[in-house]
Design a protein around this ligand. Structure first.
Ligand SMILES: Nc1ncnc2c1ncn2[C@@H]1O[C@H](COP(=O)(O)OP(=O)(O)O)[C@@H](O)[C@H]1O
Ligand SMILES: N[C@@H](CCOP(=O)(O)O)C(=O)O
Length: 326
């Protein structure tokens, strides 16, 4: 459950007097999510989401995240819009934590994505990448290849508790991606965590994107690799090439991939699987017993990583390469 910080009714009502969204009618903690404390607020003006940023979010990054949501919303992306108080500030402080109110998005995330969802996510990702152009603030990806060895160091001596031999496999993989990571691919603002729980659908149509708190500047095709990992594997661990094809086709219809991006897709997928394996492994080992957060299975990403090792070219993901007849 992602409510780490309690907020009293008095504190909240007092906080809301700074905004033009009416008085508090209801407030309910939201169980989903991992990083921050989220509350569904009802006020006289409607529904809103209140987020209290917990310690894994660096306060210095908040202007990037909030500015990005403003920028994207202004360019037609249906994402949460930060609500400003009467002094024009989107960021406040509540219960000792940085806090923001954002607009509420209708829709539900899908627990069992189908081919059509994957296609729409590909299209939406291309739109997101294009809408991110011109955003003035930059944020480096702290969870990119340079960040993986130090992240792994935090769990290296206990990795084999999760699976015998896992530590050695991760070390081999870190060396591989360090040696083969592409250079000079088209870059821009990426979401970096566009998993099913961060995409809303209404009546089968993609209706909104949330959770921009890993967004950063990086290779655009790396974001696509994150989505292939998050959306196109079946619960039994098999990669669904029909879903992959739908996602890649949807993406390329909005932003055609360059030859270099296509060539790099297998290593980008491999790196992206490693990134989620490493964060999940760390959380798995470090989250204290009894904590209210549901830990995510690191081995799901180890299995995905093993699939990517067998992928020689982007055809393994469903992309039809010109001239190959594939
Ligand atoms: N703008 C929004 N509109 C509607 N629901 C939201 C919105 N933002 C967050 N939520 C709800 O809160 C949950 C957790 O939000 P999320 O940003 O994913 O949290 P975290 O960053 O802690 O992982 C989401 O699954 C969704 O149910
Ligand atoms: N998507 C990541 C965990 C981050 O969770 P979110 O609730 O912030 O999307 C994973 O699956 O490992």
């Amino acid at each position: 459950m992602a409510v780490y910080t309690d907020v009293s009714d008095e504190e909240l009502s007092d906080f809301l007097t700074r905004y033009d969204i009416g008085a508090l009618v209801s407030c309910k903690g939201i169980a989903e999510g991992v990083e921050n404390s989220n509350f569904l607020l009802g006020t006289e003006a409607g529904r809103f989401i209140l987020t209290l940023y917990e310690k894994r979010v660096d306060e210095a990054d908040l202007p990037f995240f909030l500015g990005l949501m403003d920028h994207l919303a202004g360019r037609g992306i249906n994402c949460p819009e930060p609500i400003r108080d009467r002094d024009g500030r989107a960021l406040g402080r509540l219960a000792g934590r940085p806090a923001t109110i954002v607009s509420f998005l209708d829709g539900m995330w899908v627990k069992r994505p189908e081919v059509s969802h994957c296609g729409q996510v590909g299209e939406a990702l291309a739109r997101l990448h294009q809408a991110g152009e011109g955003f003035a603030i930059r944020r480096r990806n702290g969870l990119g290849p340079d960040g993986w060895p130090p992240l792994y160091a935090g769990s290296a001596d206990r990795a084999d508790e999760v699976l015998a031999g896992l530590g050695g496999e991760i070390e081999t993989e870190l060396a591989f991606v360090a040696a083969h990571w592409p250079k000079g691919l088209p870059d821009g603002v990426i979401h970096a965590d566009l998993f099913p729980d961060n995409v809303f659908f209404l009546k089968g149509q993609l209706s909104g994107l949330i959770d921009f708190y890993f967004a950063c500047n990086d290779f655009l095709a790396y974001d696509l690799a994150i989505c292939l990992n998050a959306w196109c594997f079946e619960p039994d661990g098999a990669f669904n090439i029909t879903k992959g094809r739908a996602m890649l086709t949807g993406y390329a219809a909005g932003r055609p991939l360059t030859d270099a991006e296509i060539e790099a897709l297998p290593v980008l997928c491999r790196g992206s699987a490693l990134r989620f394996l490493l964060t999940r492994l760390y959380d798995w080992l470090m989250t204290p017993p009894g904590a209210l957060v549901r830990k995510k299975d690191p081995l799901e990403y180890y299995r995905k990583l093993r699939f990517h090792r067998t992928a020689a070219t982007a055809t393994a993901y469903g992309l039809e390469l010109a001239g190959t007849g594939a």
